[in-house]
Design a protein around this ligand. Structure first.
Ligand code: FES
Ligand code: FES
Length: 159
């Protein structure tokens, strides 16, 4: 059985026809054509499917679409503004912080949420925040540098 469900994604309201327990990830990718969030494990274990949910980074692979309610969702596609890449995206490109790129959506989304909360997070805090994002290619050190660079681009150097 399907229902009409209204969700707000990247600043726009969408009405989708879906079974209430459909994972948000499936709706984003299959109904809305947003392929930034990736399907990795489907078990909230790898972070490939991250979206910004309200103000927090969250896995979308087990979040039921009917439970999203009015909480706004931002996907990788929604980070750009006025045709400009988000500073986190710029920093990841500058630092070449991806190899195969499969984990990159999750890394960028987690970082974008982190840097709104903490303008200059310590290395320990960055590592803790990104602990939910697995990278099988071992790009972690470049990711770490990219997060620090993104903090500079967003908030300037640390005083
Ligand atoms: S696909 Fe969602 S955490 Fe792995
Ligand atoms: S760059 Fe390949 S999984 Fe992270």
């Amino acid at each position: 059985m399907t229902d009409q469900i209204v969700i707000t994604v990247n600043g726009k309201q969408h009405t989708v026809q879906a079974a209430p327990d459909t994972p948000l990830l499936y709706v984003l990718r299959n109904e809305l054509g947003l392929h930034g969030p990736q399907f990795g494990c489907g078990l909230e274990q790898c972070g490939a499917c991250m979206v910004i949910y309200g103000k927090e980074a969250k896995q979308s692979c087990k979040l039921k679409v009917a439970d999203v309610g009015q909480t706004p969702i931002i996907t990788l596609e929604g980070l750009m503004e006025d045709g400009q890449l988000h500073p986190v995206q710029e920093a990841f490109i500058e630092q070449e912080a991806a190899q195969c790129g499969f984990c990159t959506n999750g890394m960028i989304i987690t970082t974008a949420a982190l840097l709104v909360k903490y303008h200059h997070p310590s290395e320990r805090l960055i590592r803790e925040a990104l602990d939910v994002n697995l990278c099988r290619c071992g790009s972690h050190l470049r990711v770490l540098r990219a997060v620090q660079r993104a903090a500079e681009l967003m908030w300037g150097g640390q005083e």
